[in-house]
Design a binder for this molecule. Structure first.
Ligand code: C5P
Length: 222
């Protein structure tokens, strides 16, 4: 019997990757972080000085770009053309530019193709913005995670402090809002809840509560 495919979408900082990673771990499924793929391309485009508004140019960069998601003890590492860029793709520069790259339809066509190949055999938890609507429209379980923007900024703030990164709550909040606006208002596969997705508001939920609630839904559908 084919294993389940689980799609997890939602705005920035709603806890998608933390939750998706744990759900995958508990089910022994593969976790696929599609945001990391857009981040890796953005990182490369920035270092090449490419025009982030030129979809055709970006797509041609992508054609000769290898992006690998590798499972590690602590989560997932991202390799760009054989080099570990796991940390580099989380920089503020990449974070604040990734929506420009991700809005290009030429880029999305190729990324979706790669993501669908990775998900081919089922047994995957994939997180992103368009997973339930475009990448895995037939996923057996679709979750749309939301949380208030204050809560999302607060989580990011705590995360940054813990890592010893500079953290400015108001700045984080405005960056998150701006990225959501760009991701929701773009023409190509905007951030949107799939009609058949289950919406979970995690504002006052713990990570464990979110994870176990998703595992319950998964069990119902297995
Ligand atoms: O999930 P994460 O915050 O790392 O995603 C980074 C960016 O990549 C998003 O803000 C969005 O612009 C883009 N993205 C996307 N479609 C996906 C995943 C991410 O457009 N499936």
């Amino acid at each position: 019997k084919k294993l389940l495919s689980i799609a997890i979408d939602g705005p920035a900082g709603a806890g998608k990757s933390t939750v998706a990673k744990q759900v995958a771990e508990r089910l022994s499924f593969i976790y696929i972080d599609t945001g990391a793929m857009y981040r890796a391309l953005t990182y490369k485009a920035l270092s090449l000085g490419a025009d982030l508004n030129d979809g055709i140019a970006l797509e041609s960069v992508l054609q000769t770009t290898q992006i690998e998601l590798v499972k590690t003890e602590t989560g997932q590492a991202v390799y760009l053309d054989g080099k570990d860029v796991s940390e580099a793709i989380r920089s503020a520069e990449v974070t604040n530019n990734v929506s420009f790259v991700a809005r290009q339809k030429e880029v999305r066509i190729e990324m979706v193709k790669r993501q669908q190949q990775l998900a081919e055999s089922g047994g995957v938890v994939m997180d992103g913005r368009d997973i339930g609507t475009h990448v895995m429209p037939n996923a057996e379980l679709k979750i749309f995670l939301i949380a208030s923007v204050d809560e999302r900024a607060r989580r990011r703030y705590e995360e940054n402090l813990a890592k010893g990164f500079p953290a400015d709550f108001e700045l984080l909040k405005s960056e998150i809002s701006l990225r959501d606006k760009r991701d929701s208002e773009r023409e190509a596969a905007p951030l949107r809840k799939a009609e058949d997705a289950i919406e979970l508001d995690t504002t006052s939920m713990t990570i464990e509560e979110v994870v176990s609630s998703i595992l319950n839904f998964a069990e119902e559908r297995a």
